[in-house]
Design a binder for this molecule. Structure first.
Ligand SMILES: [Zn+2]
Length: 318
């Protein structure tokens, strides 16, 4: 049998057909255009999935289940998206709407949870009993895998690591609180920290690289200059790595997983990032002589969303 995974993002919908090992056989994508009514977005999700299925050469009868990753939280009792901030969705009957186009078993889960699950089945944390996945993008998403299964918590909000408090009364967050992990460990945070330094040093290398326009500073620019040894970019990057190491310490203190996997845009910094975090850990961790979770880079890239969604569909059939 085959599985369909749909990754519903704020800008793009991606759908793919996989085999039972999570290998993508065919895929398609289309813009989300989230400003439209949800019915239109969901119709496009179904059309995208059917297009991928068509390209795979298989039929709907050969598909056992469908999974959907959403940037939010869902209730799988009712098949409803409870909350999806960047789509503006509240209590959207996603399963019911999808099944009008695709008569399949439908499971809905958080996209970072599914990406973490995909890594644990087909990626860097494959075969490990426990892992925690962090997406370091515009925001910070989290995914927890325990005993080979995604752990969403008793109430579906268990992996919102991005909104754990890192600094009491710190930077204001999009969630309405202050000092969340996301405000210090996202790409947005790295850019903010760089802008703060650039305000004090308007002729620094970061500003020169950005053509004097602070609005053009992005994560890659800062990281590339830090890699090249620029002192101010290095200062910003090490500050970022420090916050990330504090977050890693919280995860280890709470869960002590086998591995912490870093994904999302900032993880493109590669081992430059994992080395910087690992270097900080001995000073931060409580049990300094005990072995601890390896901090590793995600290996599936953007495919993790489709693979995780397809595999969760499979998992929930059992
Ligand atoms: Zn927050």
């Amino acid at each position: 049998m085959f599985y369909i995974g749909i990754d519903l993002g704020g800008t793009h919908i991606a759908a793919g057909v996989t085999d039972s090992a999570g290998r993508i056989l065919a895929r398609d994508s289309t813009p989300t255009r989230a400003e439209r009514p949800y019915q239109a977005v969901i119709a496009d999700m179904a059309a995208c999935a059917l297009s991928a299925l068509d390209q795979s050469g298989h039929s709907l009868e050969e598909v056992a289940a469908l999974g959907v990753g959403i940037p939010g939280i869902a209730d799988n009792e009712t098949g409803t998206v409870i909350f999806c901030t960047n789509l503006g969705w509240h209590d959207v009957p996603l399963r019911q709407q999808l099944q009008r186009h695709l008569p399949l078993s439908v499971w809905i889960d958080n996209d970072a949870t599914l990406a973490g699950y995909a890594e644990s089945v087909a990626g860097i944390s494959k075969g490990l009993r426990s892992s925690v996945f962090l997406t370091l993008g515009t925001g910070v998403g989290g995914g927890i895998v325990i005993d080979g299964k995604p752990w969403a918590g008793a109430h579906g909000v268990g992996s919102e690591i991005g909104h754990a408090t890192l600094l009491a009364d710190g930077e204001p967050c999009t969630c309405g609180k202050r000092g969340c992990v996301e405000r210090y460990c996202s790409a947005t945070a790295l850019i903010r920290m760089a802008a703060e330094v650039c305000t004090m040093h308007p002729s620094c290398a970061m500003m020169q690289q950005a053509g004097g326009d602070m609005g053009r500073i992005n994560g890659r620019l800062v990281i590339d200059l830090a890699k090249a040894g620029d002192p101010l970019a290095t200062q910003v990057f090490l500050q970022y790595a420090h916050y990330l190491a504090l977050t890693v310490n919280s995860i280890i203190s709470f869960l002590d997983p086998d591995m912490i996997v870093l994904g999302g845009g900032i993880s493109n910094a590669g081992e430059f990032l994992t080395r910087a975090v690992e270097k900080e850990l001995p000073d931060i961790l409580m049990f300094k002589t005990q072995p601890h979770a390896k901090v590793a880079l995600a290996s599936l890239g953007n495919d993790a969303g489709i693979i995780g969604a397809a595999l969760i569909g499979k998992l929930t059939l059992k």
